[in-house]
Design a protein around this ligand. Structure first.
Ligand code: ADP
Ligand code: MG
Length: 615
């Protein structure tokens, strides 16, 4: 049996004094939090009153992005240049999002490719949700750097429990693009639980329900906490239910109190509605003057208005309990998350449903960020007593055909851990197999770090592809990696040990991560060029087809100009940059679109000739 040992703890995050921030990247608001003197707190930008940074980006006339409160104030004036709810788009294709377009006022684009991300159109420019999210993350990074007065490069970012791999990966990529090394993606309900200290005692086993009503979404999750590890048992909710809907109900209530000319001042009414809602969390009555008329709502009216909305969330609560195959009595704790859970009627309804007092002492819009900061502190090695600490700092894998890295234990895998895969031979009669172990994030092993290699000898000669060689990676609680290789048909195992100092220094690890971050940008550029080339090729194709189909209706001059444009675009695809291709393609589209409309009319007329319309 071949095996060798590597101490992964050398250069592990434990030793670093670099700050690690916790980020709640929200649909409505985002926050950044940090730990000081063992206490988590949300960082407040010196320009702002609150730690909440609206997840909104306004692009000015020069396409310069402005993030946060200032962007929010531009929403009414420049809706087409003010981008919000980006979290709804991240990691999604246009198709995924199609039925939700009523939730946004800006333009999004379908490039016809299932696999690619939906694009947001701002003036002449296109942005994908990763780029947009990275702008928000950059703003949070800046806020943290200013406040801590040092560079910040490491972060923990939270995502909803129901986020799939593609949404999680896209969130990671956004972090990279913002210049952040994302040490871990944490589920929002887990972070919220941590903020209340749930999970900080590894000996308890608990079941936790997390009720999260934010600005535009409602999530209910049930988690089980065992041995210091949180696992999601079930999730439910409604991606189109939140504080915005409550505002809308109040707007309608107010509109009924106004005469015709004031009824339609929706933007103003919305702002007042949100203020009214917030005040009704602390007092029984709200009254104000509105263009010479009186607007008022009292707590009874308000609670009656939102009753159906509360009922809807409770239906989801019932489902999530059923899905987790639990009895309500088995749920040990209920945590309240999201700005909208400040509403007393909601707290009361949830407490009644779960037959329990709820955790609501902390600011509900801060708990996710606070928990992310606690997770960051754990990763920084400042809470050594906790089991949550241990992860593999870089991915571990072996070299396969073509010099490709085959990752067996991904970066940030929990420790202890065990993972394996089966391989086979590539040559007839092959009796030996070299197993080379690498650490790193790049696709080619030459870009990663070699930890060592050994040769499995004595495989009985068989045709290529027949031997079954099992390779297991086992990392124990001390972070020691053991690699075990065995040919399963014969049971053959060769014993070779390789000794080496496999530890990796902090600098080396930082360099490797930096490398993958830098390449992410390069890879993203290459990907963007490939995408536009594909799009342009399909425009060329459809333009040629268009000329063919309409050959008898087109003027000679039109044909010539179209062909010129097509020729230019074909050349551009071969040699030009992304932006140049875009320009040439836009020119072709601008010329062809009116002609296409005209042709459509001509064809309709042709088709109608000689046909009678039934009376
Ligand atoms: P998200 O998680 O969607 O980013 P938040 O948790 O920040 O959002 O919640 C934002 C929502 O909370 C908004 O709809 C806001 O109006 C609402 N909210 C904030 N404070 C209060 C309050 N005191 N009473 C009622 N709703 C509130
Ligand atoms: Mg939230």
């Amino acid at each position: 049996m071949a095996k060798f040992s590597i101490n992964l703890k050398d250069g592990n995050v434990e030793h670093q004094k670099e700050p690690i921030i916790g980020i709640d990247l929200g649909t409505t608001n985002s926050l950044v939090a940090f730990i000081k003197d063992n206490e988590a707190y949300c960082i407040i930008d010196d320009q702002q009153k609150s730690a909440l940074v609206p997840s909104i980006i306004y692009f000015d006339e020069n396409d310069q992005p402005i993030v946060g409160e200032q962007a929010k104030s531009m929403m009414a004036l420049h809706p087409e240049r003010t981008i919000y709810s980006i979290k709804r788009l991240i990691g999604k294709s246009y198709k995924d999002f199609e039925n939700q377009t009523n939730r946004i006022a800006y333009k999004i684009l379908d490039d016809g490719l299932d696999s690619s991300l939906v694009k947001v159109v701002v003036g002449e420019k296109l942005y994908n949700p990763i780029q947009l999210s990275s702008l928000i993350l950059k703003e949070l990074k800046n806020i943290a750097e200013k406040s801590l007065d040092q560079n910040v490069q490491k972060a923990v970012i939270t995502v909803p429990a129901y986020f799939n791999d593609s949404q999680r990966q896209a969130t990671r990529d956004a972090g990279k693009l913002a210049g952040l090394d994302v040490l871990r993606i944490v589920n929002e309900p887990t972070a919220a639980s941590l903020s209340y200290g749930i999970g900080l005692n590894k000996d308890t086993k608990e079941i936790v329900a997390v009720y999260d009503l934010g600005g535009g979404t409602f999530d209910i999750s049930i988690l089980i906490l065992e041995d210091g590890v949180f696992e999601v048992l079930s999730t439910n909710g409604d991606t189109n239910l939140g504080g915005d809907d409550i505002d809308q109900l109040i707007v309608q209530h107010f509109a009924n109190q106004l005469n015709e000319s004031n009824k339609t001042k929706f933007h103003e009414l919305r702002t007042i509605a949100e203020t009214a809602k917030k005040q009704l969390s602390f007092q029984d009555q709200f009254t104000t003057q509105f263009h010479g008329e009186t607007l008022s709502i009292d707590i009874q009216q308000f609670e009656q208005l939102i009753q159906p909305l509360i009922a809807k969330t409770l239906v989801a609560c019932q489902r999530v309990v059923t899905d987790a195959v639990l009895d309500i009595a088995e749920i040990n704790r209920v945590v309240m998350v999201g700005g909208s859970t400040r509403i007393p009627a909601i707290k009361k309804a949830v407490a009644t449903f779960f037959k329990k007092e709820v955790y609501d002492q902390l600011n509900p819009d801060e708990v996710v960020a606070l928990g992310a900061a606690i997770q960051a502190d754990i990763l920084a090695g400042n809470r050594k007593d906790l089991l949550l600490i241990d992860i593999t700092p870089l991915s571990l894998g072996i070299e396969t055909v073509g010099g490709l890295m085959d990752t067996i234990l991904p970066r940030n895998s929990k420790v202890p851990n065990k993972a394996g895969r089966q391989y086979t031979t590539s040559v007839d009669g092959q009796t030996t197999l070299k197993v080379a172990v690498f650490q790193g994030e790049r696709d080619l092993v030459t870009d990663n770090r070699k930890l060592g290699e050994f040769i499995l000898k004595g495989i009985p000669p068989m045709p290529a592809g027949i031997p079954k060689i099992d390779i297991q990676f086992v990392v124990n609680t001390d972070g020691i990696l053991k690699v075990v290789a065995k040919e399963l048909r014969s049971g053959v195992a060769q014993e070779i040990e390789i000794k080496s100092t496999y530890g990796i220094t902090e600098e080396e690890m930082a360099l490797m991560l930096l490398d993958s971050i830098q390449n992410a940008e390069k890879d993203m550029k290459i990907r963007a060029l490939l995408e536009i080339q594909t799009e342009a090729s399909s425009v060329v194709h459809s333009s040629k087809k268009f000329i063919q189909q309409n050959i008898q209706f087109l003027e000679n001059e039109e044909k010539e100009t179209l062909n010129n444009h097509i020729q230019l675009l074909e050349n551009a695809i071969k040699v030009a940059t992304k932006d140049e291709i875009q320009t040439v393609m836009d020119a072709l589209n601008a010329y062809a679109t009116p002609i296409a409309h005209q042709m459509m009319d001509v064809q309709i007329l042709e088709a109608m000739k000689g046909k009678k319309i039934e009376a």
